[in-house]
Design a protein around this ligand. Structure first.
Ligand SMILES: [Zn+2]
Length: 392
């Protein structure tokens, strides 16, 4: 999987020249990412985000939050400046207080404000690697184990750099029955400089070079192996920011007493203390033309579980816009973003295999949407076909 490699890169001369030398890129199709941020659980379970519950990683759950006892310290830490050394020191205090358990189990705190942390349940950010069940749903790893087939996962969190993955593959004399390789470096570069920046394109060429090196080695040690190349999403050029905290200020709402906001980069979610607060907030948000509130029809259309654990008010930005502040970036440096509800051409991912054409894929339950993009969750059916055989 080539993280953040957009389908529309194939229309660029420089990319096409590199791709034409790799036979596995012969049949290239556009692939539509699933809504929200987490695509892989859907690809490995064959279910959309509604069934596997992966719209967002961070959910409201004051009674379940592992850091609920931290509520006492939160207001004190919240008063400290957010940037610079002081944040670094307070970060260290927090780590000591939680005995490193938090980081170990749930990953980074990013820039989630201290007064929000005690209300959030971080357990949704489960690791997918090797999980036979994910949110109680059987994954591809379950079926592999059932059929006594081996599997290996090369990429985050086991490997952090692409070059380390390439080296590790090239050292191997044998591979597992199913090996998942995640080449991830393009995502960070694309976020920072935008998908059409010269440096980003150079990084994409590097990623193709790594891909080719891996494929050549795999074909050498296992000549008959099947290779599926795909990305998890593309990247949209950021055109402007939307100041979400100003909207809250205009409503004169207090955090955390009236409302708990969670600002993802392209989503803003709110848990409101009562219906009156909720309506006040909705009316103010509706004044902004770039923010869409997810209503029951939207939930149905995008197969999103309207569960209140994701927010009483769930909003998405139009493609190209980014919320500021948000809990994942502290500066205005972001030039590229993904995770929009409406998938524009720029955000489409790709799928490519050597000999399998679209008819083969459709026969094996790989669905196309109304605009002819491969539906993300049906990646699972490709994995199954390649591993357990074709459908009759
Ligand atoms: Zn990203």
């Amino acid at each position: 999987m080539l993280d953040a490699f957009p389908y529309d890169y194939f229309s660029k001369k420089v990319i096409n020249r590199a791709v034409s030398k790799i036979p596995e890129f012969k049949n290239k199709y556009s692939l539509k990412p699933s809504p929200g941020y987490e695509n892989l659980p859907s690809a490995f379970s064959g279910l959309d985000s509604n069934n596997i519950d992966t719209l967002a990683n961070y959910c409201f759950s004051p009674s379940q939050s592992n850091l609920r006892s931290f509520r006492f310290f939160a207001p004190i830490l919240q008063k400290l400046p957010k940037q610079g050394l002081v944040r670094g020191i307070s970060s260290r205090i927090l780590r000591t207080l939680t005995h490193n358990q938090f980081i170990k189990h749930y990953g980074h705190l990013h820039f989630i404000p201290w007064n929000i942390i005690p209300y959030i349940d971080f357990s949704q950010k489960e690791l997918l690697f090797g999980a036979k069940l994910y949110n109680s749903v059987p994954t591809l790893f379950y079926y592999l184990s059932k059929n006594n087939l081996s599997y290996e996962w090369l990429g985050y969190p086991i490997f952090k750099s692409d070059i380390a993955i390439v080296r590790s593959v090239k050292k191997k004399k044998r591979l597992a029955n199913f090996t998942f390789i995640h080449i991830s470096s393009l995502d960070a570069v694309s976020h920072k400089f935008g998908p059409n920046n010269k440096g980003t394109l150079l990084m994409a060429l590097k990623v193709l070079e790594y891909t080719n090196e891996i494929i050549l080695h795999v074909k050498k040690i296992h000549p008959g192996s099947k290779i599926i190349l795909f990305s998890d999403h593309g990247m949209v050029d950021v055109t402007s920011y939307v100041n979400i905290s100003r909207i809250l200020q205009k409503c004169k709402l207090n955090i955390p007493h009236d409302v708990i906001p969670f600002y993802d980069s392209t989503m803003a979610r709110f848990w409101c203390y009562n219906r009156k607060i909720k309506n006040k907030l909705i009316n103010k948000i509706m004044e902004n033309p770039f923010i869409k509130i997810l209503d029951p029809q939207g939930c149905e259309m995008y197969q999103i579980n309207p569960s209140e654990k994701y927010g009483h008010v769930i909003t998405f930005l139009d493609p190209g816009k980014v919320f500021f502040p948000n809990y994942f970036n502290m500066s205005f440096e972001t030039q590229g973003m993904h995770g929009y509800l409406e998938k524009t051409m720029q955000e489409l991912a790709f799928l490519s295999t050597t000999d399998e054409n679209k008819e083969f894929l459709i026969k094996n339950n790989v669905f196309l949407d109304s605009t002819n993009n491969i539906v993300w969750k049906t990646l699972f059916n490709i994995f199954q076909t390649f591993l357990f055989g074709e459908r009759d």
